[in-house]
Ligand binder design. Structure first.
Ligand code: CA
Length: 225
């Protein structure tokens, strides 16, 4: 059976374009032009992923995502017409898996859909499986076969990245995930630890920087290393 993608988008031209691209790539699709029916539909049908517009007529896509998260971990890719950073960060903070800014190419969106599905299915990402090897019992990480000498927070940070290659994490989110007592005012601490982490990785492979900086947004681990 083809995996079904739910498209929640009120602009018919955009919804149709997405539908065409995804069906060409072998997905089944269903379009909703408002957010209201999404929750009942999720309960009734098996949905592999949701493409969710933020600007919907009845409910904001971010609010809808929060509601969806109370009952399902279904992957969500946001569509946003606003290119400002706040929308993007907010979109990822509340449990979205990726976002695409309008105008976008339907091919690009289809590629993102496939990438998110691969990630969620836990297919070995090259970055996660071969470049890094994680020993969670001994709290050790090896990089290209060489064991890294990491502080507690460097270890925690790198583990967060390895478990979700490609995902952009804001500084606040990293603080929450890697620190015992998150403190938003310690923002720069994340930067300092990332800097040390990069330096340690660089001693092993000076030619590669696997941690990407997303200006105004945060950091991610490079995919497909
Ligand atoms: Ca819209």
């Amino acid at each position: 059976m083809k995996p079904k993608i739910l498209i929640v988008e009120d602009e018919p031209a955009i919804a149709d374009t997405i539908q065409y691209a995804l069906e060409t790539d072998g997905f089944a699709t269903e379009i909703l032009n408002s957010g209201g029916p999404a929750l009942p539909l999720l309960k009734a049908e098996k949905i592999a992923l949701i493409v969710l517009d933020i600007g919907l007529p009845d409910i904001n896509g971010i609010e809808l995502c929060k509601k969806i998260r109370t009952l399902s971990d279904v992957p969500i890719i946001f569509l946003t017409a606003r290119s400002d950073e706040i929308d993007r960060v907010v979109g990822l903070e509340i449990g979205g898996d990726d976002y695409v800014t309008k105008p976008f190419s339907p091919r690009e969106l289809a590629a993102r859909v496939k990438a998110v599905l691969r990630r969620v299915k836990g297919d070995p990402s090259p970055a996660g499986k071969t470049v890094f090897s994680l020993d969670t019992e001994k709290c050790r990480i090896a990089y290209f076969g060489t064991r890294l000498d990491l502080s507690k927070y460097e270890y925690n940070l790198l583990t967060v990245f390895i478990n979700r290659p490609g995902r952009v994490f804001s500084r606040d989110r990293l603080m929450e995930l890697a620190w015992d007592e998150p403190d938003a005012s310690m923002d720069r601490t994340v930067d300092a630890h990332i800097k040390n982490l990069r330096a340690k990785l660089k001693t092993i492979r000076p030619d590669i920087d696997p941690i990407l900086t997303h200006r105004g947004m945060g950091y991610s681990l490079k995919e497909g290393l």
